[in-house]
Design a protein around this ligand. Structure first.
Ligand code: PGA
Length: 246
């Protein structure tokens, strides 16, 4: 079970230090893995504050070249250098605001894998594709075009664009169907079994019902991960879910 906290462009130094103060008395479980994705300049700062805790730090993106004239970009090797274990690739905010194409995302994912980062590859349909009944087809094409050619392990995050930050989430049937679909596509193409996270408006209220969905292997949380109380409540729900399903 995996809890990924995508802080996006939120939380400054002071807020991060306040957040971390509340983590030190909490009893983490070896069964639930957690990773926080802070804003780039605070990676090292956060890593230092949580170095004795079983939480890793990840990057919100990385470039498809190891170095060069790419102002504003970050190399996967710099993420590794700063103690990152994971990197998110292909988040819809990067696709929309940064115009990242499927081909570019594939290159970013491949270099991240080659640089020994664990990749969380995001896919998600927009509202029109979901309403027209095209979601499965859309995701298949997007995933096949973004999947790196060569990888040992990979996590996919299913994040419907219409669900991110809106409070609206697909029903349990649709989430399960999509996660199964994603696992099958990757198995057929790359002969690998992967974990699939659900992302989009995950919060303290809906976490229990999301975790009950068979093919959900964890969650990618944005807004609700900014408050330490909610982050820990979501983490605790995952521990409780695993204990109850033993
Ligand atoms: P949200 O964001 O939880 O605020 O909807 C999720 C994400 O974009 O990863």
């Amino acid at each position: 079970m995996f809890i990924a906290a995508n802080w996006k462009m939120n939380l400054d130094k002071f807020s991060i230090s306040e957040f971390c103060k509340n983590l030190h008395n909490y009893k983490f479980s070896p069964k639930v893995e957690a990773c926080i994705f802070p804003s780039m300049p605070y990676m090292d700062y956060l890593n230092n504050l949580i170095k004795n805790l079983p939480i890793s730090v990840g990057g919100q993106n990385c470039h498809y070249k190891p170095d060069g004239p790419f102002t504003g970009e970050v190399s996967p090797k710099f993420l590794v250098d700063n103690g990152c274990e994971y990197v998110i690739i292909g988040h819809s905010e990067r696709r929309i605001n940064g115009n990242e194409s499927n081909n570019e995302i594939k290159l970013r994912a491949q270099l991240a894998v080659n640089s020994k980062l664990k990749v969380i590859l995001c896919v998600g349909e927009n509202a029109t594709d979901r309403e027209k009944g095209h979601a499965l087809k859309f995701i298949e094409k997007q995933l096949l075009e973004c999947l790196p050619n060569d990888f040992k392990s990979l996590i996919v995050a299913y994040e419907p664009v219409w669900s991110i930050g809106t409070g609206r989430i697909p029903n349990a049937f649709d989430i399960n169907e999509m996660h199964m679909h994603i696992k099958k596509i990757v198995l057929n193409k790359s002969n690998k079994k992967i974990k699939v996270l659900y992302g989009g408006s995950v919060n303290v209220e809906n976490i229990n019902s999301i975790l009950k969905i068979t093919n959900v292997d964890g969650v990618l949380v944005g807004g609700a991960s900014l408050k330490v109380k909610d982050f820990l409540a979501i983490y605790s729900a995952a521990v409780k879910h695993l204990n109850s399903s033993l």
